[in-house]
Ligand binder design. Structure first.
Ligand code: NOJ
Length: 565
């Protein structure tokens, strides 16, 4: 899909005190130093269809997730964001919600959900739900009523308009997923608007009843024990009520539609007013709001934190994820940009909408080394990371090779240019059993043959595996004060191959050096500017690297994390 298209005993004690007090009611969700819990946490995205299948029907479920809590805890995960598991016709695999306050039977029941929250508490893993505020499913009772007549109680909960002329939609807005963003409904002979699939009608956030229903939904889940939400597609909440046409740009997209500037149907200032309201409700429960925040510059990203931090605590920095090449200069620029914003950075390298990083960054020869390097990179930056299931074992994309196998609708309409998002959503690779131990039945999407080598069981036994490096880095970032709270300073900033930086906190410092090239590199460090004299690097974690004094030798894609003495 395109752009739019070891924890130290003290830290453990602090974390568990704040966790326990939070989960037993409203409490101060901060540690002794004033950090909210989510700043020290590691988040992990679970795609529920593909994580663990407890009832062997080929699709993952909540009991499957519950059964993996000790894995998640041991890995170093503090919170899981579960993509939508509400009742849904699954046109967009859960992002078409037909009931916001229930669980889809394919994933289990509300009792299973409560059990998952309880299992999470036992293992210090919080639950973050996915909130889809822009649209519902066309099967949602609200929409069913809305479409039934022009005077229906829920008519104005969605965006209905007359066509411009017979057979012509109200304006030229296209759906992100292909074709017009308007669909004529014959019952009332009006068009409704959908930014995504036609089965995902946009809610009308200018209607106070919609706002109230949605705020109440978040309250309902907080009471049930969730620690926050990831907010889907926030930039699309509002549209121009006068329906001005969007500007057409040169060329066509993968769906064959003319490119268009989404100037009149995205990024309205009203979005921020709603985020402030959602935040107020979240604050009642010490909860966190994570944003699916597609931005093209840091000013836009900055706005999502809100004035005085009154909107999203965790807007995701997708500009970092979009770098897509191992380029130290580009990464330095991106990190400097997010460091200049007025909020806590949030780093992501994978999600369920993008080709996995294993393939995006991999060069076909050093993919495992690159996967370790990327983990050592974004997990040691100043900010909160959000991992994606399977990233920690170097899972690769498994794109469909035949159109008839594609499940994601955009992959069928956009074939072969757009193969859809199935490839990055395949079952978690647990072991070498059939179907990678995900299920005893053929899974809804096929596992790639790489599961034979890249799986949790095998990698747990190999101290040099991607998984072992991830575990070491995650354990270090939970226990090392410089990594938890330290400032970030880029080092050797004209080096085109080695990305290096210093994280410092109260006289303690950790240096990270990452060879982003396919040839051996040396780097030496003069930290006098940082107030540190003769540098002696004491290796904490390395892979394909060694340090002597202030000099590091890095094999292709080697990584080194060292204490500075
Ligand atoms: C963003 C989600 O990440 C994506 O998977 C979904 O298709 C769209 N929003 C629509 O909800």
């Amino acid at each position: 899909m395109s752009k739019r298209s070891l924890r130290s005993p003290l830290v453990l004690l602090i974390l568990s005190i704040s966790f326990l007090s939070l989960s037993s009611g409203q409490s101060k969700p901060v540690d002794a130093e004033g950090h909210p819990w989510w700043q020290h946490a590691v988040f992990y995205e679970v795609y529920p269809r593909s994580f663990a299948d407890s009832n062997n029907d080929g699709v993952g479920d909540l009991n499957g997730i519950s059964s993996k809590m000790s894995y998640l805890h041991d890995l170093g995960v503090d919170a899981i964001w579960i993509t939508p598991c509400y009742p849904s016709p699954q046109v967009d695999f859960g992002y078409d919600v037909s009931d916001y306050e229930n669980i889809d039977p394919m994933y289990g029941t509300l009792a299973d959900f409560d059990h998952m929250v309880a299992e999470g508490r036992k293992h210090q893993v919080r639950i973050i739900m996915d909130f889809v505020p822009n649209h519902t499913s066309d099967q949602h009772a609200w929409f069913q009523d809305s479409k039934s007549s022009r005077t229906a109680a829920h008519r104005d909960w969605y965006i209905w308009r007359d066509g411009k002329a017979p057979g012509q939609p109200p304006n030229n807005w296209n759906s992100l997923f292909g074709g017009s963003g308007w669909k004529l409904d014959p019952t009332t002979n009006q068009y409704y608007y959908h930014f995504f699939y036609a089965q995902q009608p946009d809610l009308n956030w200018r209607n106070p009843a919609v706002e109230k229903a949605m705020l109440d939904t978040t309250r309902w889940w907080y009471k049930r024990g969730v620690s926050g939400f990831r907010l889907d597609a926030v930039d699309t909440l509002f549209e121009d009520p006068e329906l001005h046409d969007n500007q057409i740009l040169p060329g066509k997209n993968a769906q064959g539609d003319p490119n268009m500037k989404n100037e009149h149907n995205t990024n309205f200032p009203e979005v921020h007013t709603e985020l402030q309201k959602l935040r107020k409700v979240a604050d009642e429960s010490g909860a966190v709001l994570i944003g699916e925040t597609w931005t093209s510059n840091v000013e836009e990203l900055d706005r999502y934190y809100g004035h005085n931090g009154n909107e999203l605590q965790m807007p995701m920095d997708f500009m970092f994820m979009m770098v897509d090449k191992l380029s130290p200069p580009e990464y330095r620029r991106q990190i400097a940009a997010v460091e200049s914003a007025h909020g806590w950075p949030v780093f992501v390298i994978n999600n369920h909408d993008r080709t996995r990083s294993y393939n995006r960054y991999g060069d076909g020869k050093h993919n495992d080394a690159i996967a370790k390097l990327m983990g050592a990179f974004y997990l040691t930056l100043r900010g909160t990371p959000i991992m994606y299931y399977g990233e920690e074992i170097g899972m690769e994309n498994n794109n469909p090779t035949r159109k008839e196998d594609v499940k994601d609708p955009i992959g069928r309409t956009g074939w072969p240019e757009e193969k859809g998002r199935d490839g990055e959503r395949t079952p978690m690779q647990w072991n070498t059993a059939p179907n990678a131990g995900f299920s005893k039945t053929t899974p809804w999407l096929p596992v790639p043959s790489s599961y034979q080598t890249h799986n949790v069981a095998a990698e747990s036994k190999d101290p040099n595996s991607v998984l072992s490096i991830y575990k070491k880095v995650l354990a270090l970032r939970h226990s090392n004060e410089a990594l938890l709270d330290g400032s970030y300073a880029a080092l050797n900033d004209s080096d085109p191959n080695v990305m290096s930086y210093l994280r410092s906190y109260k006289g303690k410092a950790v240096l990270v050096a990452l060879n982003m090239s396919a040839s051996t590199q040396k780097a030496s460090f003069d930290l006098s500017k940082q107030g540190l004299g003769g540098v002696l690097l004491n290796t904490l974690i390395s892979s394909g690297a060694s340090a002597k004094g202030n000099e590091v030798t890095l094999e292709p894609f080697g990584l080194l994390i060292a204490e500075v003495n």
